[in-house]
Design a protein around this ligand. Structure first.
Ligand code: ATP
Length: 301
């Protein structure tokens, strides 16, 4: 595995306020990382630090195995889209790309510009000016700008925010394609369900701190199916469940209901409960909500 980015105790303070607080993470090549947190959690602060747009108060950043010092050299290996993609709205998509390529001293032929536009599905926009683009098109143009110079690591702040479902699908497909090409991607969102299944790894930030880091498969476990059982005698329910060997995996929630996972036979379970004099008032299959899980990590509802 090739490590693209490592941070150690990365901290950014404004006066006494820590926008980012001792963040230690490691990003591996080819993965899509979702940086999730509510507004003000520190996502943009983190991205600006690793993109060299601001400097840490404390802590270390190692990019492509090299320490990032006080004066980061212009790093062609990173492509960045932070905050609203800023481009000149009176230009066409190709002119925008041409402009940014020149600004960065990159030589792009017409064919190469067309290839890049094709990749982000903007090849057919012709003479249309960027100001007439939909939000999704603007986001894809922003990603195309970030892709200039063919960087190995893409840092995209809220690329999906505000898009309609079709726009989300298009960005999702583009990001997956880029990851299969070996690019490492870090993207942010304030909404975990929004990034669900786009990212392969999730870093959850709250008040400047990493509260959880987990893979897509670990996250999927949080959204597993369960059988919800409630009765008027929660203590009796808990007792019967604890005595019933066939029930492996279950939890009793705070309000005395039971969540049972991977129940093989609902019929047998119901018979056992009734044999134990437990009469369910609720006996229903449900799925853990991703949103509930997210709020259990960051607090609030
Ligand atoms: P959003 O989704 O709203 O962009 P975020 O997770 O990206 O949120 P940041 O922009 O990183 O959050 O901001 C984190 C905290 O740091 C916020 O409370 C913000 O007000 C504060 N902050 C950011 N930049 C500065 C600054 N230059 N001076 C003072 N405080 C700042």
């Amino acid at each position: 595995m090739v490590t693209i980015l490592e941070t150690e105790d990365l901290t950014k303070a404004y006066g006494n306020f820590r926008a980012l607080d001792q963040v230690t993470v490691r990003l591996e090549q080819g993965e899509i990382y979702g940086l999730i947190g509510r507004n003000g959690a520190g996502k943009t602060t983190f991205m600006r630090l690793i993109a060299g747009l601001s400097f840490p108060t404390k802590g270390k950043i190692r990019l492509f195995g090299q320490m990032v010092g006080k004066k980061p050299a212009a790093n062609q290996k990173i492509g960045v889209m932070i905050e609203n993609p800023a481009f000149i709205h009176q230009l066409t998509a190709k002119e925008v790309l041409c402009y940014f390529a020149k600004m960065r001293g990159l030589v792009y032929s017409d064919v190469q510009l067309n290839e890049l536009l094709t990749k982000v599905h903007l090849a057919d926009t012709g003479k249309k000016k960027a100001q007439q683009f939909s939000l999704g098109m603007k986001q894809r143009l922003g990603i195309a700008i970030a892709l200039l110079g063919d960087p190995a690591f893409l840092v995209l702040d809220e690329p999906i925010n505000g898009l309609d479902p079709q726009g989300v699908v298009e960005i999702r497909e583009l990001l997956r394609l880029l990851a299969t090409e070996g690019k490492t991607i870090l993207l942010s969102s304030h909404n975990l369900p929004e990034l669900y299944q786009v990212a392969t790894q999730y870093i959850i930030l709250n008040q400047g701190k990493v509260v959880k880091q987990l893979s897509l498969s670990e996250l999927e476990k949080q959204t597993r199916q369960y059988l919800r059982v409630a009765t008027n005698q929660p203590q009796r329910l808990a007792q019967v469940l604890s005595e019933t060997a066939m029930i492996g995996n279950y939890e009793i929630t705070r309000n005395g209901e039971a969540k049972l996972f991977q129940v093989k036979s609902k019929e047998k379970l119901l018979k056992q409960l009734i044999a134990g004099d437990v009469w369910p008032t609720t006996f229903v299959e449900q799925e853990e909500s991703l949103e509930n899980y997210y709020f259990s990590l960051i607090g609030g509802s």
